[in-house]
Design a protein around this ligand. Structure first.
Ligand SMILES: [Zn+2]
Ligand SMILES: [Zn+2]
Length: 138
């Protein structure tokens, strides 16, 4: 059941479309996600790079580690995407920037080792102390 997903930043300057079935989705509790969002966790979906495109505007890019980058609206700051800087095959997209974030369900928690102690979600999803099933890192 392939469904096009749309989303964008808070101010509307950057919009995107997802035309492939997401591979998976989950919460990341790594410090880079926390610091780059100012929030305790980011929920991401992962999709093939060929299934993602910007449809309005262009993101600002921050090289957040040696091999990966974070893409966000340069006007309002909404973080939209994460990918390997070189020859990325997949891209991670923030669930909360979707027009309807309820369309994609998180399936796991990763980087539990840096989860903030006061932050807890009421679910029984698998929890991984490191990157777990995902390649999301940095
Ligand atoms: Zn914006
Ligand atoms: Zn993270």
């Amino acid at each position: 059941m392939l469904q096009t997903l749309e989303g964008g930043c808070l101010c509307g300057a950057v919009r995107y479309r997802i035309t492939d079935q997401p591979i998976d989705a989950g919460y990341c509790h790594c410090r880079l996600c926390q610091r780059s969002s100012g929030a305790p966790s980011i929920a991401w979906l992962t999709v093939a790079i060929t299934g993602f495109s910007y449809t309005r505007g262009a993101p600002s890019i921050f090289q957040s580690s040696a091999h990966s980058q974070r893409e966000f609206c340069g006007a309002c700051g909404t973080q939209i995407a994460f990918r390997q800087s070189q020859s990325a095959k997949t891209i991670d997209v923030t669930l909360a920037s979707l027009e309807d974030p309820s369309q994609v369900l998180p399936q796991y928690h990763i980087w539990q080792q840096s989860k903030i102690a006061w932050f807890e979600t009421a679910d029984s999803l698998p929890r991984y102390k490191d990157a777990g099933p995902d390649t999301h890192e940095g």
